[in-house]
Design a protein around this ligand. Structure first.
Ligand SMILES: *[C@@H]1O[C@H](CO)[C@@H](O)[C@H](O)[C@H]1NC(C)=O
Ligand SMILES: *[C@@H]1O[C@H](CO)[C@@H](O)[C@H](O)[C@H]1NC(C)=O
Ligand SMILES: *[C@@H]1O[C@H](CO)[C@@H](O)[C@H](O)[C@H]1NC(C)=O
Ligand SMILES: *[C@@H]1O[C@H](CO)[C@@H](O)[C@H](O)[C@H]1NC(C)=O
Length: 508
């Protein structure tokens, strides 16, 4: 069974599940690295979520929750299309300058998570809104949280007839309706709207600006790998190639030890009592059923460490310190176990809880469907993923697995057909405006991102050392200077858009 990456910027419950025949719940065909601002890898809990949630709750927040009567299917007129569901969104009024001023509306486009999780991460919005007297609106993505059609999650996820309305294009249309509704409700039809999103949410933000330019005058798309589809294979080999590069940059010998470990795991597992020995060596909470289970978990650990390598705990460095710092004579597998312990240190684990086996989160279930419908990202461990076992993406295999799970085939070419991706420079230079693509180049997703400036107003704001979605998170005293600068650049650009918009619309 292949393993895959989950793309999500705004989710918490995102440890990587491993597919096993023992799972009684709906199985999850695709897992892997997450598109998520925050990891929550197994027992992993001390990575800064606390800081952001404190900031959210300690400030004098005035969030109000609303429900919009959302149309199930925006794109045809069959009777089923007219079914509606309650679409949740939240408004924070506390900084707003009001409809008659030049105050903007900041809209966070929900990603593959319930709204509560979407609201936790984007400190950037909360911190910049007071300076610009902005209204903040958070909109949930359909089929997540409370914004689920057909009465309940269970009903909505029953089969492909129900899940078929769960697409990125429907979600964008939902956002357009909600934003226009909010503007009307607040008599703020002329106020400038800027959409924000992180990771998958960032892809949505950039696509929203291109599809609904009359609704949003600008977009900040953080760590949005819009060029990771179809035949737009990243030049340097993809997600796992960057993970390998990140480790190599910290320590060549650490990288080499990890590279060596896969074969050793395989060989040991083949021996009589090999799995027992592996279980003992890795202090697993329950006996290992296969070497693959262990390898899959280790791969996701390294991926997560690279994707979220940031203050206060740089986990790539921590893993490599454990591996390189092992006493002379320590075996390769013992070193890898030391890495597992180091990765989890700070949390209270007495054994290596491989796979976790808590029930799959709604993000896990929802993203699995999304990957099997329109979000077909060809992520594999190719030749440049030097630290990992060779396991390239196999589209046919992917399609078949999706079909057996959902009874429908994914559409691997649809995203590029709908939103483009080829010759994006030439196309967007003449056609688009007001999009910031922000990336940290250490983020394995960055190689599917837009990394250079396309025009004066379609710009890439990158940092060499940055990780996934770092710019949109709350600022903290641990922030390196380059992320402080990155955020300052972004807000200056956004202010420029707003000034121009207000001039054009005679607002002052
Ligand atoms: C999905 O379930 C609904 C409700 O039970 C049913 O009406 C529909 O025919 C099912 N669709 C498929 C493709 O099985
Ligand atoms: C590996 O990376 C190099 C340099 O970045 C690139 O030119 C090459 O195409 C990549 N190979 C694969 C198989 O992706
Ligand atoms: C951690 O584990 C130890 C020993 O099992 C226990 O006494 C302690 O209460 C745990 N601490 C936390 C914060 O869970
Ligand atoms: C793109 O332009 C912006 C704004 O002028 C600038 O801050 C940024 O450094 C440029 N990005 C790149 C990758 O050159």
């Amino acid at each position: 069974m292949d393993t895959f990456i989950l793309l999500s910027c705004l989710l918490i419950q995102c440890f990587l599940m491993i597919i096993t025949p023992t799972m009684s719940q709906q199985s999850i065909p695709f897992e892997g690295p997450r598109l998520s601002a925050h990891p929550d890898f197994k027992s992993f809990s001390d990575h800064g979520i606390k800081a952001s949630s404190t900031s959210t709750s300690s400030s004098n927040t005035k969030f109000r929750t609303y429900y919009y009567k959302q149309t199930l299917d925006h794109f045809n007129y069959r009777p089923d299309s007219f079914i509606t569901f309650n679409h949740r969104y939240v408004i924070d009024f506390q900084y707003w300058g009001g409809a008659k001023t030049d105050a903007p509306i900041f809209v966070n486009l929900g990603a593959e998570a319930p709204l509560e999780l979407d609201m936790k991460d984007p400190g950037f919005l909360h911190e910049q809104a007071p300076k610009l007297k902005a209204l903040i609106v958070f909109i949930e993505h359909r089929y997540y949280g409370q914004s689920v059609p057909f009465g309940s999650r269970q009903e909505a996820f029953m089969n492909a007839s129900r899940l078929g309305y769960f697409t990125s294009t429907q979600a964008l249309a939902d956002y357009a309706e909600v934003i226009l509704h909010v503007k009307k409700m607040l008599m703020a039809e002329r106020s400038p709207v800027v959409v924000f999103g992180a990771s998958y949410g960032g892809m949505l933000a950039s696509w929203f600006r291109l599809k609904y330019p009359h609704v949003a005058m600008g977009a900040l798309a953080s760590s949005a790998p819009i060029l990771y589809f179809d035949d737009l294979v990243p030049a340097d080999g993809g997600y796992y190639a960057v993970v390998s590069r990140d480790f190599k940059a910290v320590s060549q010998s650490c990288h080499n030890t990890i590279a060596q470990s896969w074969l050793e795991i395989t060989e040991l597992a083949k021996k009589p009592n090999g799995l027992q020995q592996l279980s003992r060596l890795f202090n697993t909470c329950s006996p290992l059923k296969s070497a693959t289970v262990l390898k899959t978990d280790l791969i996701s650990m390294y991926a997560s460490a690279a994707q979220y390598n940031r203050a206060p705990v740089y986990r790539v460095n921590r893993i490599c310190e454990a591996i390189d710092g092992a006493p002379k004579g320590t075996s390769v597998l013992e070193k890898v176990y030391a890495a597992v312990v180091a990765y989890d240190s700070g949390t209270n684990v007495s054994c290596y809880n491989i796979g976790g086996y808590s029930p799959p989160s709604e993000t896990t279930k929802g993203w699995s469907w999304q990957r099997c419908s329109d979000m077909v990202m060809p992520i594999g461990q190719g030749r440049n993923a030097t630290m990992f076992p060779y396991s390239p993406f196999d589209l046919q295999d992917f399609m078949n697995t999706c079909y057996s799970e959902y009874g429908v085939y994914p559409r691997p070419h649809w995203i590029v057909t709908e939103f483009d991706g080829h010759d994006i420079d030439l196309v967007l230079k003449k056609f688009g405006s007001n999009i910031i693509f922000s990336n940290g180049l250490k983020d394995p997703w960055s190689n599917g991102g837009v990394l250079h400036n396309i025009s004066d107003s379609i710009v890439a704001v990158t940092t060499t050392e940055g990780s996934h979605c770092l710019d949109l998170l709350y600022s903290s005293s641990d922030d390196p200077i380059w992320v402080i600068k990155q955020r300052a650049t972004e807000i200056e650009i956004i202010k420029g858009w707003i000034r121009e918009y207000n001039l054009m619309h005679g607002i002052n």
